[in-house]
Design a protein around this ligand. Structure first.
Ligand SMILES: Cc1cc2nc3c(=O)[nH]c(=O)nc-3n(C[C@H](O)[C@H](O)[C@H](O)COP(=O)(O)OP(=O)(O)OC[C@H]3O[C@@H](n4cnc5c(N)ncnc54)[C@H](O)[C@@H]3O)c2cc1C
Length: 306
């Protein structure tokens, strides 16, 4: 099965084996069985934070469509990882619970949000997690959030050779909120996104922002708020390096938001990664800072040369 149509960047080769699951029970059973058969499992959510290689993804790619959500008015939430992160926000908001407003406009599943500890507007998904139901090396268990070692846009699920973990369900505790404030805040975030985000195929921000106070303070043109926070947006560096709107083949650095890489003309995965490598190099030559990808490269990249 070709994976391009399952990714928001619309690029990538085939999965060696492919399947879809609709319940967390099936997700658990198949993950465990594949592990015991020595087959590597890759979970596919909405494909909005990944770039599968043109040369394909070995092992079993399992599309997670298990999407049950249970929300108690007291704040306890139990959700399958295949649910849309935005749907989880909506269900929580309907129950008068706040905290997930930042999820509006993030087009992925809850599982994908865990892998990169997805967030926006100074909030992250990991803040609210109490327990996780997962399968690790074929064994199903409940664990605390520390098991996934969350940090800024990071977790163990993103390691170069990630442990064989399939997260099935997430338990959260959300605080009560004022319904009007919850919807107003979500609407404001949505408005800001619409003004910044390009409509073309992308995986959102391609690189992580840089956290370094001394570096932030040394930069002309960076806002005082960001200098104080010690945060340098990757888009600021890419734009300052003259790469806003820069195009290589069918791949282009965003003209509106420089940290998006857009697929504007049937770009292959190799073309997209080539542009990313070029951008990293130009930014490094100008600022001495090596940008780190937020988007995950999956599969066999052995033939890729930057
Ligand atoms: C327009 C746009 C805007 C975006 N804005 C933001 C933003 O503001 N903030 C932000 O953080 N991100 C943003 N993103 C990136 C992306 O949407 C998020 O990272 C999202 O949470 C990824 O979810 P997904 O289901 O698409 O993950 P996928 O891309 O399908 O998977 C990502 C990784 O997670 C792993 N994975 C998925 N599910 C599981 C599971 N159940 N168990 C174990 N591993 C799993 C996959 O194997 C893969 O390694 C944006 C993307 C786009 C296209």
């Amino acid at each position: 099965m070709n994976l391009a149509s399952f990714t928001t960047l619309r690029a990538g080769g085939a999965a060696e084996f492919f399947g879809s699951v609709a319940t967390s029970g099936d997700l658990a059973e198949i993950s465990a069985a594949a592990h015991h058969a020595g087959i590597k499992v890759t979970i596919l959510g909405a494909g909005s934070n990944m770039l599968p290689s043109d040369d394909g993804v070995p092992g079993l790619t399992l599309r997670n469509q298990a999407a049950r959500i249970a929300v108690a008015k007291t704040g306890e939430v139990l959700a399958d990882t295949g649910c849309a992160f935005q749907e989880l926000f909506l269900k929580a908001a309907q129950a008068g619970l706040r905290g997930l407003e930042f999820a509006v406009g993030i087009p992925g599943t809850l599982g994908g949000a865990l892998a990169s500890n997805a967030g926006a507007y100074r909030s992250n998904v990991s803040e609210f997690i109490t327990r996780l139901d997962l399968v690790h090396d074929g064994e199903r268990k409940w664990v605390g959030p520390e098991y996934l070692k969350f940090s800024y846009r990071d977790s163990v699920l993103r390691q170069p050779n990630p442990p064989q973990i399939t997260v099935l369900r997430v338990e959260m505790k959300l605080p009560k909120g004022n319904p009007k404030q919850i919807y107003d805040e979500a609407r404001e975030y949505q408005r800001q996104r619409i003004s910044k985000q390009p409509p073309q195929a992308s995986a959102g921000s391609f690189f992580k922002n840089v956290t370094d106070r001394a570096f932030a303070e040394s930069l002309d043109g960076l806002s005082e708020t960001l200098k104080k926070a010690g945060v340098v947006p990757a888009g600021f560096l890419i734009e300052a390096a003259g790469l806003k709107g820069f195009r290589m083949g069918g791949a282009m650095q965003g003209a509106r938001h420089a940290n998006f890489i857009l697929n504007v003309g049937n770009a292959t995965s190799f073309e997209i990664r080539k542009l990313a490598c070029h951008t990293r190099q130009v930014v490094f030559d100008k600022f001495g800072v090596l940008l780190e990808e937020e988007v995950l490269y999956l599969g066999d990249w052995s033939r890729f040369a930057a």
